[in-house]
Design a protein around this ligand. Sequence first.
Ligand SMILES: Cc1ncc(COP(=O)(O)O)c(C=O)c1O
Length: 376
Amino acid sequence: MSTFDDYLATFDVEPGYLNWAAFGPLSPSVREEVFADADLLGSGRPSSLALVGERIPQAKELIAELVGGEPDEVTLQPSSTHGLAHALYGLSGTAIAATGEFPSISLTLERARQASHGALTARWITPPDGRVTADAVAEALDDEVTALAVSHVDFRTGYRVDIAALREVLGPDRLLIVDAVQSFGLVEADFAAADVVAGHGYKWLRAGRGTGFAWFSARARERIAPLLSGITGTTAEGLAVDELPEPAASARAFTVSGPDTLAAGRLAIGARDVRDVGVAAIEHRLADRVDEVIAIADRHGIAVTSPRERDRRAGIVTLAPEEPARLAAALANAGVVVTARGSSVRVAPHAGTDAETLRLLDDAIGAFGSEKFTVA
Ligand SMILES: Cc1ncc(COP(=O)(O)O)c(C=O)c1O
């Protein structure tokens, strides 16, 4: 792929798709290469299997490049929640998290707390609008606090936290554990200022499920006990039989078993396509698309509760219509795919979202009658 226009041309999804925050339809390059890899695995030839096995280091290298870390600090995981579990189960002390987090953080932290037999305490915060600002964290800080777990971009509110400000308020000794599912490959960020960055490839990277990953900084590897470490996470090089080796000192300790090479291939291709065009270009184009969605909502008098400032959002626009269920039904009938949850409707374009899709959104809302959605 040579130019940004070539990248945009790979968005061959049907018009009306505005649900990238839930699932990213697979890109043509991911689809092509997974078929090729599957054919190689079908041959049974050791050289072919080894070729597909190369996808593992490729994926780690590309994720490391995008995080700003080293390949051996990256682990491939079945999902981002698996990566977060490795981090959260290994904590001790007190971990701060917001009650409104995606359950990959909240529920996993609670389970980790229960399993810790008192070694780990959760300190729940419920900041205004669910926004985990540096001030909200500062209010909850004391000497007991050892970690903060937070979504870089919140799945409901669309709010993008300020990683640098959170690091500053936490200081150098507490761990910053970041769920980057709704931002990775989409907005530029100083991920290396965090200690753990977990994500996956099945939304914005267009790589399908099974493509989780987690990066562990030196501080994370030092402070987080690899409690969930499995057969690939030991000091032994090969299979350890008749012995019970310790967990490795490297990030490998935060793995359980061998990765799915087909998934690693999909992740590598999804990440490569992003790396080739550059996150900055994607972020810029996406910001324009998000502006257009916000303008459509404004035109029809629908309240927007997600941030309007470019640096405090990524790809999520949250609408708070007066009649959310009726708006969701109208959009579905018009072939516009979004996520409706409770009182909100989440609209999530990608950089490659076309004008036709935005026109469908505009027409569907307009045809339904703007007065029906207007918050008085
Ligand atoms: C912020 C956030 N974290 C985690 C997840 C779950 O990721 P996974 O399926 O890789 O565990 C999602 C899925 O929507 C999400 O939005």
